[in-house]
Design a protein around this ligand. Structure first.
Ligand code: ADP
Length: 307
């Protein structure tokens, strides 16, 4: 059975209930995909640091219940998980305030001595997944060590999966994000961008333009996501449109991309071809749009698999 390691940051999330009340959740782009993968019965190891205290333990318990194996460094003292708060204005538009600059995960991703032993553990796993958020949290020296690691890992047969997931607030400037995203493409086997990222980072003005650029990167397998529009698969230079049925029943857009990625990777690791994997991932993403929250339960995933 295939298994996967994922590197990233998971945070506590305050999201609004009615009035001035908030509810506490556990979320993060790669972590949401990790929960989806574990829900699909893929053995999933999530590499991060949570640090100390109650907030770290809340996340550890969440991962335990979701069957996600956490792999953390020995001790990151006086640090705790990052935190964010979602709020809505009167039009329903959502805003995010983050407290993550001093998080335990950032401390890990900025310390080569802490990170290297965990990367060594990745070698036991056949697949590695991370996102542009993971890259944005690393300092330059950790990022170049990480690239060297990816080179060795792929030489040993490991497969690397990446979603550029661009968050402008996490980068010094846009040029830094473009340069890091551009560089990492040389180390990637499966690339899962949104058209929005291609537009924003690489100036593509249409999905066809994005395809043209992506064909030059040499990545074997690319899936371009584009909200309710069709996905585009590039599979060893062969380009194919895969139909997405636009949802008429959107309750909450949180986690559509993360669920899609977890669904796609899970389906590929279970032996589905890329087109069937996109169809499964799009069904899972469309389901998450219909409910509040960013991750489907394993029962919902099993029902989707059976349908
Ligand atoms: P992200 O959340 O990363 O911005 P997208 O918005 O592109 O990602 O959505 C990821 C996937 O979720 C899409 O490829 C599609 O399968 C599904 N999806 C998103 N929005 C809709 C929608 N309105 N109707 C149906 N499917 C959707």
């Amino acid at each position: 059975m295939a298994d996967i390691a994922i590197i990233g940051e998971v945070m506590l999330e305050f999201s609004p209930l009615t009035g001035k009340d908030f509810t506490l959740g556990v979320s993060g782009d790669t972590y949401n995909s990790a929960c989806t993968l574990a829900g699909l019965e893929i053995s999933t190891t999530y590499i991060t640091s949570l640090g100390e205290g109650q907030s770290a333990d809340i996340i550890r318990q969440h991962a335990y219940h979701r069957h996600v194996h956490l792999l953390e460094p020995q001790a990151v003292k006086n640090k705790s998980p990052g935190l964010y708060m979602i709020s809505n204005d009167e039009t329903g538009e959502r805003f995010f305030d983050y407290w993550r600059n001093d998080s335990a995960a950032k401390a890990l991703l900025n310390n080569e001595n802490l990170l290297l032993p965990l990367l060594k553990q990745v070698e036991k796993h056949g697949y590695l997944y991370f996102s542009g958020i993971t890259l944005a949290l690393m300092n330059d020296s950790c990022r170049s060590m990480f690239q060297q690691f990816l080179l060795d890992y792929r030489l040993q047969g490991g497969k690397v999966i990446f979603d550029p997931n661009y968050r402008s607030k996490l980068w010094l400037n846009k040029a830094a994000a473009i340069s890091a995203t551009d560089e990492i493409q040389a180390y990637v086997d499966i690339y899962l961008p949104g058209f929005e990222e291609e537009e924003c980072l690489f100036g593509s003005t249409s999905p066809d333009g994005a395809v043209k650029r992506l064909l030059t990167t040499g990545v074997d397998e690319v899936v371009i996501k584009n909200g309710p529009e069709n996905c585009i698969l590039i599979n060893n230079d062969h380009v194919e449109n895969v139909e997405v049925t636009p949802s008429t029943d959107v309750v909450d857009t949180t986690g559509a991309g993360d669920t899609f990625n977890g669904g796609y990777i899970g389906a590929r690791l279970s032996g589905l071809n890329p087109i069937d994997a996109i169809n499964f991932a799009a069904k899972a993403a469309s389901k998450i749009l219909m409910i509040k929250g960013g991750v489907l339960q394993s029962k919902q995933l099993s029902e989707l698999k059976a349908s």
